[in-house]
Ligand binder design. Structure first.
Ligand SMILES: C[S@@+](CC[C@H](N)C(=O)[O-])C[C@H]1O[C@@H](n2cnc3c(N)ncnc32)[C@H](O)[C@@H]1O
Length: 262
């Protein structure tokens, strides 16, 4: 069965949008994944096709009605896990993307207004997933981000599957810095080790850079990484790699007189 993203939205015209372009769009055209977009308003039965109402208990905005969201989910079928994009949800991450990519697909409920009546989330055992600690006007852009991150992990979608093995989060670390030609740009040279052709030293340097960046930028990931490596370190101060001398120089070197990495 082809991996399927089934999107329930009040703004179906937003799709495929960015999902119709580049690698993901080509994979869609080639039938490596399917996109089904359903207008939630199609299940509304009254003359005005109403989908929302004022919040019980008062307050600003409108709430998507439980009978509407429930009917839209029921019409979508029960063959796929259901995710409601919501700032209250568990933060989406690479691990969740991998788990979803390994399954048959996902049904994504996109909220608008103040969100969806809570009863439908409970009654249909809907998982809430957040894109981050900020509030957008609707769930569509979050749904697109989730789909993009997930579909690229499906076999055959990316030309080079190796690129998902070494990238950020794959081993619990942020990715090392990349460089390409020209060798020198505005007086900044590519770190010599990367030009050495010595695969072992290059791998060591990349590893130490990944550790340095993770330690500096994401202490939460660094602590989890240390814990997994059996090196508990509540302050995140510990270092793992032996290749620190190169890590300490940062990502690049000024040209004049700089010592090459040893
Ligand atoms: C204006 S928001 C509702 C925010 C809600 N009243 C709250 O404070 O949690 C409207 C819709 O946008 C989507 N949305 C907004 N921010 C999001 C985020 N960070 N992650 C995922 N979905 C989000 C959700 O589907 C939500 O129902």
């Amino acid at each position: 069965m082809t991996w399927t993203a089934r999107v329930l939205t009040l703004v179906p015209e937003m799709f495929p949008g960015p999902l119709g372009h580049s690698l993901i769009g080509r994979a869609l055209e080639e039938g490596r994944w399917r996109l089904e977009v359903r207008n939630i308003r199609d299940v509304a039965t009254d003359r005005h096709r109403t989908v929302d109402d004022t919040p019980a208990g008062g307050g600003p905005g409108m709430v998507m009605r439980a009978d509407i969201a429930g009917a839209a989910l029921d019409a979508a079928g029960a063959d796929l896990p259901v995710v409601y994009l919501s700032p209250r949800g568990r933060p989406f991450d690479q691990e969740r993307a991998r788990a979803l990519a390994a399954g048959p697909g996902v049904t994504l409920l996109c909220g608008r207004f103040e969100g969806v009546d809570e009863r439908v989330l409970e009654a249909r055992a809907v998982e809430e997933v957040s894109l981050g600690d900020f509030v957008m006007t609707g769930g569509e852009i979050a749904a697109m981000a989730l789909i993009d991150a997930t579909v690229r992990l499906i076999g055959g979608v990316l030309g080079n599957a190796d690129s998902t093995v070494e990238e950020s989060f794959a081993g619990g670390l942020l990715e090392f810095p990349h460089y390409t030609r020209p060798t020198e740009w505005e007086g900044l040279r590519i770190p010599e080790v990367l030009l050495s052709g010595h695969h072992g030293r290059i791998a060591d340097w990349r590893r130490s850079q990944a550790e340095r960046l993770t330690r500096e930028r994401r202490p939460d990931l660094w602590r989890a990484h240390l814990a997994q490596a059996g090196r508990g370190d509540p302050d995140g101060e510990a270092e793992l790699s032996d290749a620190h001398t190169t890590a300490a120089t940062g990502g690049h070197e000024k040209d004049a007189g700089d010592e090459p990495d040893r």
